[in-house]
Write a protein that binds this ligand. Sequence first.
Ligand SMILES: *Cc1c(COP(=O)(O)O)cnc(C)c1O
Length: 219
Amino acid sequence: MGIRERLLELKSSLPEQVTLVAVSKTKPVADLMQAYDCGQRVFGENKVQEMAEKYHQMPKDIQWHMIGHLQRNKVKYMAEFVDLIHGVDRLKLLTEINRQAKKHNRTINCLLQIKIATEDTKFGLKKEDAIALLESEVFQDLQHIHISGVMGMASFTNDSDQIKTEFENLKTTFDILKKIHPGMKIISMGMSGDYQLAISCGSTMIRVGSHIFGARHYT
Ligand SMILES: *Cc1c(COP(=O)(O)O)cnc(C)c1O
């Protein structure tokens, strides 16, 4: 099977309320265009420069999602066009996104990254920190960002019971945060290896790369 077949099969298997982010990091524009030609319009990248290059080369009706860990000094390179930033895990980053969005006279949608994995390598806010952020005065003053939901990454393990527990924790955290911030709609969880489990735990947005585009080769 090629990119087209894998993408179409995946799409037809998804419930209607689940958005598919095609994670195209490291892949050439020709591969992305195959997905585009089958109707895919949401693409995820984890490096700002790579995303900006692809943005300039590809049709303008694509929604670009930044899914990687983000440094503040990179925000300016995508503020003009990024549709959703998944990995926001600190107020200072949010403040910079707001500043850059304002320059372009737009509002940028963001997801709060919540730490659900037990490993300490994964980024993200604890539930309590996310609550504090949403209730802070600094946050209330940010007019050019919109917190659309939460994002999480499960532990790197084959133990599906553990992954399930982590996904359930993200759903629970989402429900709590939504009471404080009713504009939240998105739960971004699930990748190639665990998207079905994520959907059964309440995911509304999955980020799938290798299952569509094949294994990544890093040089
Ligand atoms: C690379 C990446 C994905 C996609 O991973 P696959 O296993 O290839 O589906 C999803 N989310 C994030 C944050 C990533 O960096």
